[in-house]
Design a protein around this ligand. Structure first.
Ligand code: NCD
Ligand code: ZN
Length: 346
């Protein structure tokens, strides 16, 4: 008997689509399986104004295959100069869905992010007033803090104080990677959500560093110890509406990954759904995949789930490309180091 699983079409609540030739190559990979995605604004230069977001949205729509029903949900990149009124207008017009906070220097193209959190206080207060969610890259950047501790320290030193100082601010802890992240999110009530990536459910830090360095498993926040990966798997498969899928699929060309100082990011758009089905099956939680991938995110963002459905069918291990070609050079697809048995019927 064929095993099948039909779920509401999933959404990706944290996605990098880039621009130009890379955008044209990667947008179809997500649009094939997903209804909507929160689009990260860390372009060069970043998406900082409503006008920037409108122009980027048009470029994304132009990059989609004909007949695609995919909807990009746009974000603004928070800077110390962000104009609260421009932001409020873009949100009220439905042009943007959220705003992204990068601590300056935390990750790829974060140089225009925030250093002095007091400077963005008026913007955060405006966001609380209008109900615009803040998506947070939760890592401190202090060189004296060990990279494996940066998420836990951020929660204590930055995130918790911001939330206490800004009642009503709706916050998404993006790509949590630690048990501290899981715990803090679980206690935050309905105004706090957390995304979990596909790859952080699969890899721990050994996969990056043991037996030779594996640049394709290097991303930010960096994968942590096994106990943290297990905490993320429990959270994702729990059914708790706090946690939802944000793949953080972050394409870089192999030329830019395989350098003495290579870029951070795992490209998972192509095989994410098959990987997730495998992970949820391993955890005995296939019946909760829909909550994580298709229901909890819309609930947090106060949007209806997608009307359409996708069906996954279990069978012989599937084939998927090891790389996708882009006009900028090949991009390696995330290797989950296990056969994937769930095919997404399109
Ligand atoms: C992202 C990128 O490449 O834009 N990289 C990553 O490792 N996740 C940036 C980010 O989300 O931190
Ligand atoms: Zn990201």
């Amino acid at each position: 008997m064929t095993e099948t699983l039909t779920i509401k079409t999933p959404d990706d609540w944290h996605l990098h689509l880039r621009d130009g030739a890379m955008l044209r190559a990667v947008a179809p990979e997500t649009a094939r399986h997903f209804g909507r995605a929160i689009i990260m604004p860390n372009l060069v230069p970043p998406v900082v104004t409503g006008a920037d977001a409108a122009a980027y949205r048009d470029r994304i729509l132009a990059a989609l295959p004909d007949g695609s029903g995919f909807t990009p949900l746009m974000t603004l990149y928070l800077t110390e100069d962000t104009d609260p009124e421009d932001l409020a207008r873009a949100h009220n017009d439905g042009l943007i869905t959220a705003v992204k906070l990068y601590p300056a220097g935390a990750t790829t193209n974060s140089a225009s992010g925030v250093t002095d959190f007091d400077k963005v206080r008026p913007v955060l207060e405006k966001m609380a007033e209008i109900g615009c969610p803040l998506c947070v890259h939760g890592e401190v950047v202090d060189s004296e803090i060990d990279i494996f501790d940066r998420e836990a320290v951020f929660i204590e030193r930055v995130l918790d104080p911001i939330r206490r100082a800004t009642p009503g601010l709706r916050v998404v802890m993006e790509h949590i990677t630690t048990m501290q992240g899981v715990e803090y999110a679980s206690e935050g009530g309905p105004d706090l959500g957390a995304t979990i990536t596909t790859h952080h459910l699969v890899i721990n830090r050994n996969h990056i560093l043991a037996g030779g360095i594996k640049p394709h498993y290097y991303c930010l926040p960096v994968a942590k110890r096994e106990e943290h990966r297990l905490a993320l798997r429990r959270a994702a498969t729990s059914g708790d509406p706090t946690y939802f899928l944000g793949t953080d699929s972050a394409p870089h060309t192999d030329a830019n990954k395989l350098l003495p100082c290579g870029c951070a990011g795992c490209f998972t758009a192509t095989n994410t759904l098959s990987i997730l089905a495998e992970v949820f099956e391993q955890e005995g939680a296939l019946d909760r995949l829909e909550s994580f991938a298709s229901l909890n995110g819309p609930k947090f963002y106060r949007l209806p789930p997608n009307d359409s459905v996708v069906t996954l069918t279990k069978g012989a291990p599937i084939d998927y490309p090891k790389q996708i070609e882009t006009g900028d050079g090949p991009v390696t697809v995330f290797d989950p180091m296990m056969p994937l048995h769930w095919r997404v019927e399109t």
